[in-house]
Design a protein around this ligand. Structure first.
Ligand code: GLN
Length: 311
């Protein structure tokens, strides 16, 4: 797999896709995110048996944002099992923007459609077990450090404060879910945990390592530790495939053919099961909240290396 692709070719792909970034914009509704360079584009690939390869601007960090939803789902499923989690959140693509409120009122039993949109992820965060928000956060952060093989990962306090200051829509969604019984515990704690998880700072390399864990059936590549049950990994990959890119999930699944999760900071985590993990950053996002150059780079990469799962 190491000779499968070379850094030179990857570099060329990055440069070819960088120019589409100007069709998008850096997210500004969380003020701290607007400082990112829209022209930035980088990719790291971690093959399951080979050395990581990086091209483009991968040295700077960025916040996980919605990519944290994948991690919370793994932890909540491990803590509670399938039955409890999927009594509070659905498994269907929403076809709605990531921060949509509207369907929560009309959908059966007011269950958020899936764990990859904000409502579903806040419901999932409310299920993570621990004595306090601090301990819950520490537990999830430790898990991230393990699967990313990076003990240095930490929260970006500025992003966290920015999320807290501007998170009223998420509060509205969470309080609505409290009123319908989807959130049972302390709603402010669930929100706080959600905001903190969105604010964790990573690089493309961290994303690619995490994706490699998901590509490797829940075992950190190079170890023998089954950290997460295979059934959970299968479920998380499937939900990413059908709902990971919000209301662009169908198109993304068609073009890239692999499970992927985006965040509004422009990160994409993509999983080629049994083959590799991919991490991308491209802060200019489209109207649906996905990295515009990043998504194009991912589909070119997938096509070039035959990753499409249904091909
Ligand atoms: N923290 C962001 C929010 O809650 C995450 C959204 C995203 O990445 N799509 O709005």
């Amino acid at each position: 797999m190491a000779d499968y692709f070379n850094a030179q070719e990857l570099h060329q792909m990055v440069e070819e896709n960088r120019r589409v970034a100007h069709y998008g914009e850096v997210a500004s509704y969380i003020p701290e995110l607007q400082h990112a360079d829209p022209e930035r584009l980088g990719i790291t690939v971690v093959p399951l048996n080979g050395k990581p390869i990086t091209a483009g601007d991968c040295h700077l960090d960025f916040s996980l944002q919605s990519i944290s939803k994948v991690i919370s789902l793994m932890v909540a499923l491990s803590d509670n099992g399938f039955e409890r989690v999927f009594s509070k959140v659905g498994m269907e693509p929403s076809g709605e923007p990531f921060n949509s409120i509207s369907k929560l009122e009309t959908v059966e039993n007011h269950i958020p459609l899936n764990p990859m949109i904000n409502s579903g992820a806040i419901a999932v965060a409310s299920l993570i077990k621990g004595e306090s928000v601090d301990l819950k956060f520490e537990k999830v952060l430790e898990f991230i450090k393990k699967i990313a093989k990076n003990q240095g990962i930490t929260i970006n306090d500025k992003v966290y404060r920015s999320e807290m200051e501007t998170g009223d829509r998420n509060r509205a969604v969470a309080y609505f879910m409290k009123s319908t019984g989807i959130i049972e515990g302390n709603v402010d704690e669930a929100l706080d945990l959600y905001f903190r998880l969105c604010s964790i700072s990573v690089t493309c390399h961290d994303l690619a390592q995490m994706a490699a864990f998901l590509a490797n059936d829940g075992i950190v590549p190079g170890t023998h530790d089954q950290l997460i049950d295979v059934e959970i990994i299968k479920a998380v990959n499937t939900i990413m495939f059908t709902a990971g890119m919000y209301n662009e999930s169908g198109e993304s699944a068609m073009r890239t053919g692999i499970p992927a999760k985006s965040g509004v900071s422009g990160g994409i985590l993509a999983v080629a099961p049994g083959k590799m993990g991919i991490g991308i950053i491209g802060p200019a996002i489209n109207k649906k909240g996905n990295s515009i150059a990043g998504l194009r780079l991912l589909s070119n990469f997938s096509r070039r290396f035959g990753l499409h799962l249904l091909a």
